[in-house]
Design a protein around this ligand. Structure first.
Ligand code: B12
Length: 145
């Protein structure tokens, strides 16, 4: 079986980079091939990178809360490039100020994300979710959207 490829990076003008490094290490350790865009990315940077490396999944981080602004049409960038079924995960401090987990999860699901990890440091849990999602196959999952 080929190694799954994951594009990771921080969105917007957010410069919080420590979590990004930890995610890179955790995914590499779990056997994934990781392409790290680091900080200061726009949605189209993630989509372009996913196309170039034939990614199975994209992990977006937003720590300062800019995610709500930048991610509102996130999936559409992948659709436009002909890769609608890439798994899209997002995590960090996704909005500014306090909001319930349920509200944030619902909002980012509307933006096209498959999984939302608001204020959760459980990378192992996210990796387990990724393995499960990958085992279900992309194209079938994407059609359900
Ligand atoms: C260190 C820090 C800074 C440093 C960053 C240094 C650097 N280059 O990395 C400095 C001082 C520069 C900084 C600046 C600012 N910061 Co700051 N910062 C922090 C702090 C204290 C720790 C962040 C950190 O490194 N945590 C450790 C790592 C390991 O954890 P993490 O980043 O959360 O990442 C983990 C999880 O979130 C998760 N995760 C992250 N992404 C993803 C993605 C997926 C898919 C998954 C599954 C999981 C996941 O996994 C990661 C690894 O475990 C936090 C408060 C806190 N305790 O978190 C505030 C915090 C993030 N900062 C905040 C703010 C507001 C700012 C500033 C806007 C302040 C200002 N007014 O200037 C600026 C932003 C500048 C910018 N352009 O981004 C706020 C954000 C609030 C919000 N979203 O509502 C926080 C939460 C502080 C607070 N409580 O108010 N900051």
């Amino acid at each position: 079986m080929s190694v799954a490829r994951v594009v990771i990076g921080v969105i917007g003008d957010d410069i919080h980079v420590v979590g990004n490094r930890i995610i890179q290490l955790a995914l590499s350790e779990a056997g994934f091939e990781v392409f790290n865009l680091l900080t200061r990315n726009r949605p189209e940077h993630f989509a372009q990178a996913a196309l170039e490396v034939n990614a199975d999944a994209v992990f977006v981080s937003s720590l300062n809360g800019e995610g709500e602004f930048w991610c509102s049409d996130f999936r559409s960038h992948f659709v436009a490039l002909g890769i609608p079924s890439v798994l899209l995960y997002v995590g960090g401090n996704l909005v500014v100020g306090r909001r319930s987990q349920e509200d944030v999860a619902r909002l980012f699901a509307q933006f096209g994300f498959d999984r939302v990890y608001h204020q959760s440091a459980d990378i192992d849990g996210a990796i387990a979710d990724l393995l499960e999602d990958l085992s279900h196959g992309h194209s079938e999952r994407a059609r359900a959207h």
